[in-house]
Design a protein. Structure first.
Length: 1199
């Protein structure tokens, strides 16, 4: 319906009541063709009535005309009433009038076995119970638990699928009940409250499900027992107003987080009430259990209460027994059909979908927060328009958008989540007006990735339609059809799409006069639930999740995904689903700009040697270089470098020429570096310690114009024909000018150095860094480290490691001096007046062990390796160092890209800090979309430090150096690091390892680097490597190798496992922990993973068979073997690894009780090995059944 403007109320809000009814032009038309057969015409009339249309054509589409699942239930029921039986699946798969009419006469509802228990039955026998399998002893026990005995038992039947799951969570709850709901009302007087209770009691009397109790003790399977009479408990609570607001006290006293209903007693409803004298009202809190209701039931319940309160109960239709639905669920679609469907959907799913990494689906609803958000009315209309145009339900759009959100917050492009099905489409005759727990939660799989939005929407709709035929299958059955272990949840997120009435009619208004609904709450054990309320015109979202996730944030993700999806559909774009935006504008702004607010002025046209020359002008007599006894001032260093630079110019060096430098460490090295830069060239480090083959490769790849050598290194270039300049023979260039060379055309965009790093192909690759990259870096360094910090800097790092760029040029461009040594361990010999050292954590640790750190050192920089807390603490405890800086960055983004400074007072910081000046970090997914804040993503680095690329590797350059889509500069690029990180709440970045260390163990995708990072934090561990081994065919396990911090005190494997248990989920715990004296290395110095030894028995954490010991273990093993259908069970075997699941857990506990082995289902979940369960036997208290207050009777009595 196209409007010029939206009708508004006087206070400026949308006036929904004033929205005009749509005319025929507003509906999507497929070209009218009149219904042909009698069946088509009859169904057309029903459609017209339900959808409020003037005419319906035979090719019209149910969903395009505004149909949805609730209307589908009413449609099928209306058709049943006139003997038009059709398969409901047709309505979803082929939703045209003609297709539905053609399906009439197909598969109908299951014939419900009759209730064979007579009204005045004195003895119930097994043959009277077609929907339950009970022995006579079982029946007698059941009847003994019912007030009035068998005379008060109306029916006994099995549980519906979702009831089974709810029962399990009820039993497993330590305190309270995650499925106990409440509604708080205020009443203007006591009489009104009791009138409400009487109306509710009358509804209870009408509907069998409200008079139902659930029993399970000493039974093979739980059953529900319908009582003939079940009085509503009405408790008046004495509350002292002096203790605070009566409302708060009532909520606290009856809080479902601490309160339980005895579900073995009917009805599963209770009212607690109190007088609120201060506000002159009565407060009533209705508790009701989810075992006997769902959202549709509550609407029906409310309408029937209204009818009774208005005296209109005679107009109510006959009640429909819940047993009809149980029969449909139990006797309808066969188990084999269910399994075939779910195996087709989930057969290749071998890992769970765990948004935000949360997998606890055993929660009791505590710690859950809720956020609500209305979907903008314009967006709502656009969504409905696309749904109708594409012939899908609006629910399909929301399921697809939710899948995209879950993909973003779980790092997956193939997601599974639970969807709540109505359960009434095949619920049998009268299911549209029946009370009870009809809904069911089943998995829905949505594949994102490269699939287009339009095709993804069609697929999602088809899959949802397919689920309709299996709406009564159990979740346990569905999960067993996947590859995810039974002990692991298949999903931890839920979507509940439901239709609600947005308007209150006058009759309802009249019935509730004097009654006000104050508050209500529905909870779930799932840690993340989205409820979508379809209000007919608009939509509203409700998110319930654990507080650490932030429910409002999830609402914003969903809103963004919906907007992105509908825009894509409107443009007829086939954008990949994984490319849809999820991060809202405000968070995007924060991720792109707020956390990257690193703007820093720097001389963009300056060169490295230009900065040095400017410092020479400022302090020509200041000390610049120290090497042993040799001292060079800035003026002397500049003069020598200029002479050599002029020589290089004469040898053909020009801007962007490459010049090798293969010399031993000393003052000549510094002279050579500056000379190459001054001549316009870029230096190429050639470490004399490198193998000859590697030096030869670098020379052949870089094709230098010349190479600086010394007598001791000249022979290393014997295999390559290249021009050399011997720094030992200074006579060839000492006569040159000491004036700074003027190199025509040289700019800051020319090459400064070419540094070779290891490559995945085994051959190193040359990274081209320009002057402007380094000048930006040096400008930041001068800001972060003032002149006093850089005054006396140790230069100990090989030129082939770009830490050397900082050590050499940061001091020499700010007036400081550098002390050139062979390596950092030389500090243990002689006296060294050093203020700052720049090294790797392992070298720092070695220095501390030999007490080799000079007392003059006040600042330590570390980079290149993970930094451990123990090293930081040791540094501050044993030295006078005032500041430790942890720096991170690949060579491709110029030395350091992020940093964090740790002062002595602050101690260890477990992260890599924030970006350095003019540097931006982006954490992106596989589609290069921003990941939500706090989620792991690959680190991309943009800004002034991004290198030119790789020399002679255009393909690799194009792969790793990409256009920066977040920059406002058209030519900006970003570097794809291959590292993983995530933002911490304070904006710092946590490093998570590499993205190419992924393995799968028991269906879980695991980043080995994350385990290594955690294990390396153990004080007894120095270094660690985690690998996935398959020493036994078909059995892959994680093995952690480590070197000990103190070889004399090796940590035990059990200690390491216990330590990791506090940091990682169980599926990420290694099975073995193998200490090594040293790492096996390849010829080029890398870790040789293939040479890592198989773990010996002392390193294993195994479940090798060990026979049960003692009577309890032997009895328990026999029960496990029978229940789980395995030949033998060892005392260390794990219930869930053997195929157990929640329902079998309930059955096991009952069998144990029957064998006089008293236990608690919670123990089984928390300690699931046979020996643990056996040890718990007899240590739990049996719950006492409260004595009933209803007297035994032989005839009906008013209660």
């Amino acid at each position: 319906v196209l409007l010029d403007t939206m009708p508004l109320t006087p206070n400026g809000k949308l006036d929904r009541k004033a929205l005009p009814a749509p005319d025929g032009d507003a509906l999507i038309s497929r070209g009218y063709e009149a219904p042909e057969s009698d069946t088509e015409m009859t169904i057309a009339h029903i459609w017209q009535d339900l959808l409020q249309l003037e005419q319906v054509g035979r090719h019209d589409h149910f969903f395009e005309l505004g149909g949805h699942s609730l209307l589908a239930v009413k449609l099928i029921e209306r058709m049943r009433q006139i003997d038009l039986i059709a398969d409901v699946r047709v309505l979803f798969s082929q939703p045209t009038l003609s297709a539905l009419a053609a399906a009439v006469g197909g598969k109908g509802a299951v014939e419900v076995p009759a209730n064979l228990i007579p009204t005045d039955c004195e003895r119930i026998t097994p043959d009277m119970l077609p929907l339950a399998s009970l022995s006579q002893d079982d029946i007698d026990r059941v009847a003994s638990s019912v007030p009035g005995g068998m005379a008060n038992v109306q029916d006994i039947y099995a549980l519906a699928p979702l009831q089974e799951g709810i029962l399990y969570h009820h039993l497993a709850a330590v305190e309270g009940d995650p499925y106990l709901q409440y509604a708080l009302f205020s009443f203007d007087n006591n009489q009104r409250l009791h009138s409400f209770a009487q109306a509710l009691q009358a509804v209870i009397a009408r509907h069998d499900i409200l008079r139902t109790a659930v029993l399970w003790e000493r039974l093979e399977a739980p059953v529900q027992v319908v009582w003939r009479e079940a009085p509503l408990m009405l408790d008046e609570l004495v509350i002292d107003p002096a203790d605070g607001e009566v409302t708060e006290q009532l909520l606290k006293r009856l809080d479902p987080r601490h309160t339980r209903l005895d579900i073995r007693q009917a009805p599963m409803l209770r009212i607690g009430y109190a007088h609120d004298a201060v506000n002159n009202r009565w407060l009533g809190m209705l508790l009701f259990h989810h075992l006997v209701d769902d959202a549709t039931s509550l609407r029906i319940l409310t309408s029937e209460i209204e009818a009774h309160m208005l005296g209109q109960q005679a107009s109510l239709p006959p009640s429909v027994p819940y047993r009809n639905y149980v029969a449909q669920a139990r006797l309808g679609v066969s188990r084999e059909e269910h399994e075939a469907f779910f195996r087709d959907m989930l057969g290749d799913i071998d890992e769970p979908t765990l948004p935000f990494g949360v997998q606890d689906v055993q929660g009791n609803g505590r710690g859950i927060e809720e956020a609500c958000q209305r979907v903008d009315i314009d967006l709502s209309q656009r969504l409905r328009a696309q749904a109708r145009q594409l012939g899908v339900s609006s629910a399909s759009l929301y399921h697809l958008a939710w899948a995209r959100v879950l993909g973003a917050v779980s790092g997956k492009d193939d997601v599974v989540f639970g969807t709540v099905l109505l359960g009434r489409l095949q619920g049998g005759v009268g299911s549209d007006r029946a009370l009870g727990m009809f809904i069911n939660t089943l998995p829905l799989r949505v594949t994102l990735g490269e699939q287009g939005v339009r095709s993804g929407l069609k697929t999602t709709h088809a899959r949802l339609s397919g689920l309709v035929a299996h709406e009564h299958a159990s979740l346990v059955l569905a999960q067993r059809c996947s590859g995810v272990p039974a002990s692991t949840p298949l999903f931890s997120a839920l979507l509940n799409y439901r239709h609600v009435d947005a308007e209150v009619n006058q009759q309802a208004f009249d019935a509730w006069q004097g009654i006000e609904h104050l508050h209500s709450e529905e909870r779930t054990n799932y840690p993340l639930t989205l409820s979508v309320n379809d209000e007919g015109v608009g939509f509203s979202l409700t998110v319930q999740t654990i507080a650490s996730i932030d429910a409002q944030r999830v609402c914003a993700y969903m809103q963004t995904a919906l907007e992105s999806m509908v825009s894509t559909l409107e443009q007829s774009s086939e954008m990949p689903l994984a490319g849809l935006s999820v991060v809202p504008a405000a968070e995007r702004e924060q991720l792109v700009f707020g956390l990257n607010a690193t703007e820093l002025d720097y001389p963009q046209q300056q060169t490295i040697h230009g900065l040095f020359e400017a410092q020479v002008e400022r302090s020509p007599q200041a000390l610049a270089v120290v090497h042993g006894e040799l001292r060079l001032t800035y003026g002397e260093l500049n003069d020598q470098a200029n002479r050599l630079a002029h020589t290089l110019r004469k040898r053909g060096v020009q801007p962007d020429s490459r010049v090798g430098i293969c010399v031993e460490r000393g003052a000549e090295m510094i002279v050579g570096l500056l000379a190459i830069l001054k001549a316009g060239g870029g230096y190429v480090p050639l470490d004399p310690a490198y193998p000859a083959e590697r030096i030869t490769y670098i020379l052949q790849d870089s094709e230098p114009a010349a190479v600086l050598v010394k007598a001791a290194t000249r022979h290393l270039l014997a295999d390559v024909s290249v021009q050399t300049i011997d720094l030992d023979d200074q006579s060839a260039w000492q006569h040159e000018s000491i004036q700074n060379p003027e190199v025509e055309g040289l700019t800051s965009a020319h090459l400064a150095y070419l540094i070779y790093t290891s490559g995945s192909t085994g051959m190193p690759k040359g990274v081209m860094i320009e002057h402007r990259n380094t000048v930006n870096f040096l400008t930041w360094a001068h800001t972060a480290f003032d002149g006093s910090a850089l005054e006396k800097t140790l230069f100990s790092t090989s030129l082939n490691f770009d830490l050397a760029v900082y050590e050499c040029f940061a001091p020499l461009t700010s007036g400081g001096s550098i002390n050139v040594v062979k390596n950092v361990l030389e500090l243990q010999h002689g006296e060294h007046d050093i203020g700052l050292i720049n090294t790797v954590p392992s070298a720092l640790k070695a220095l501390l062990e030999i007490n080799g750190l000079p007392g003059s050192v006040h600042t330590v920089n570390v980079a290149g390796e993970a930094l451990k807390r123990s090293l930081v603490e040791s540094l501050f405890e044993t030295t006078g160092v005032q500041r430790l800086c942890n720096l991170y960055g690949p060579s491709e983004t110029t030395t350091y890209s992020s940093w964090v400074a740790m002062d002595r007072e602050d101690g260890f910081a477990p992260h890599i800090g924030r970006p350095v000046g003019n540097t931006r970090f982006y954490l992106l997914d596989e589609q290069q979309q921003l990941v939500p804040r706090g989620m792991p993503g690959e680190i991309y680095i943009g800004g002034a430090g991004v290198a030119r690329g790789y020399l002679n590797r255009d393909d690799l350059t194009a792969e790793r150096f990409l256009k920066d889509p977040f920059s406002q500069q058209p030519a900006a690029r970003m570097y794809r690091t291959g590292d993983l990180g995530r933002y911490l709440p304070d904006g710092n970045i946590e490093y998570l390892g590499r993205n190419d260390d992924q393995v799968k163990i028991r269906g879980f995708r695991i980043e080995l680097g994350e385990i290594e990072t955690c294990l390396a934090k153990h004080p007894g561990v120095q270094e660690t490597v985690v690998v996935a081994r398959e020493d036994v065919p078909g059995e892959t396990r994680l093995v952690a190798y480590f070197t000990a911090s103190d070889p004399a005190r090796l940590p035990e494997s059990s200690d390491l496992r216990t330590y990791l248990q506090g940091l990682l989920p169980d599926y990420m715990l290694p099975a073995a922990y193998m200490p090594l004296d040293a790492w096996p290395l390849t010829p080029n110095g890398k870790l040789d993973r293939k040479a890592l030894p198989a773990p010996d028995s002392s390193a294993l954490v195994s479940r090798a068979y060990e026979a049960p010991v003692g009577d309890v273990e032997i009895k328990l093993a026999a029960l496990w073997a029978d229940l789980l259908n395995v030949e033998k069970v060892g005392r260390h075997d794990h219930f869930f690894e053997l195929g157990g699941h929640s329902l079998l857990a309930v059955s096991l506990i009952e069998r144990m009780r029957q064998a006089d082995l008293e236990a608690d289902v919670r123990v089984l979940f928390g300690h699931p090995t046979l020996i643990q369960v056996a040890a718990s036997v007899g240590k739990v208290k049996r719950l006492e059944v409260p004595e009933t207050k209803i007297p035994t009777f032989k005839r009906k009595r008013r209660i």
